[in-house]
Design a protein around this ligand. Sequence first.
Ligand code: TUI
Length: 349
Amino acid sequence: MADDLTIQGSLSYNCLGIKRKINDRKRECKHIMKDVSELFGVRYPIIQGGMAWIANYHLASAVSNGGGLGLIAAGSADAAFVKGQIEKTRELTDKPFGVNVMLMNPHVDEIMRMLAEEKVAVVTTGAGNPGKYMSMLKDAGIRVCPVVASVALAIRLARGGADAIIAEGTEAGGHIGELTTMALIPQIADAVGIPVVAAGGIADGRGIAAAYMLGAKGVQVGTAFLVAEECQIAQAYKDMILKARDTDTVATGRSTGHPVRVLKNRMSKDVLSLEKQGIDPEEFENRMAGTLRAAVVDGDVVNGSVMSGQIAGMVKREETAAKIIEKMFREANDIYENRHTLFGAGRAI
Ligand code: TUI
């Protein structure tokens, strides 16, 4: 079975994370989703979602130490805050990690300059077009992986030098696009010549295997990491994720053109009603200000924005980030190895 990632020559790990001594001194992956593992220099082709207010140095370093690519979320913070997070992450891991930059952040220019100076391994972006920062980041040797929700933007950014495209379906939590993961991944995979990472609705091995079948070479996972032991959000937020059912999320903000998926609560009910009444977009933004922080930091899951993907209904256990990753990939490998022909005997009759 070809699924080994050789790390710094003398050791390799098989799909179960078991160390094996080998002679090859090259960094080399042989598994079928190797493009993304190799691109980031990580064992598992998984990126942790860059969740604003949530993805801090604790979570990012835990995911990177667990063999995935941990991300620090810049969210709405300034460059000094993000730089501090980078320094703390570097103290906790010597593995590659990245920073997610939400492009609606008012400090985005200074953050991008700081990231180029710090030469972080990977920058992912969300909620916009990062085209104007591409050459600065690339010149600093940074892997740039924009999150997109459409084929058109994926093509533009691939042409502009992106190293991979994170294609995020509307099942995801937080700021979302319109298309589902199922429809988006194959269309983007067909349209670009760089690796595609699937995001939105993935929380177990079935999701990884499905993403691969749709043309992705890696996955991004957010909601499942909300309940990682190293994720420092308020316990009330975690409990709400653990108790959520399949139909418990809703998208607020569709009327303003910035839809955001959250768990249903009093806040979502109120703002959806205000949207129905035709609330002015600026008033809407004011109404939403501080609601994510309220949920994440204060544990106010009644009046706060409890951002979550649709897959929350399947997230039932608090575990370490490393265990979450290992389990997902063990499941994915089992599915892949045990696959049979999907119909017939493999020959047209
Ligand atoms: O960015 C995210 N998810 C986020 S960011 C965030 S912070 C926030 N807080 C309050 C209100 C709004 C945001 C919470 N969740 N995901 C990545 C993502 N990007 N999903 C979809 C997109 C996207 C959508 C349209 C990217 C580009 C795009 O088109 C832009 C263009 O210019 O064409």
